[in-house]
Design a protein. Structure first.
Length: 85
């Protein structure tokens, strides 16, 4: 998926570990989300996971777009820094 000039790869994940309200470690289903500078996927900017019923209360695509909206300035700074080297 392309969003705001970034390329996003969303992969289902069935082995995410989260802590429930009682402090117990539990395995969850969710998604691993990778953000790249371009479609060649050579420059990975960020990778994070979202677990269903924890961080993810809506669709993974919308979560990724919301996250990119929050991190866009930092992502652009990282790309500029990479291009200087």
């Amino acid at each position: 998926m392309k969003y705001k000039g970034f390329y996003v790869k969303i992969t289902p994940d069935t082995d995410l570990h989260r802590e429930d309200k009682d402090g117990n470690d539990i395995r969850c289903e969710g998604f691993t989300i990778e953000v790249f500078a371009d479609e060649s996927e050579k420059l990975e900017i960020d990778v994070f996971s979202v677990a269903v019923d924890f961080e993810l209360l809506k669709e993974a695509e919308q979560f990724a777009m919301d996250y990119i909206d929050c991190e866009e300035k930092e992502y652009c700074r990282m790309i500029d820094e990479f291009n200087k080297n």
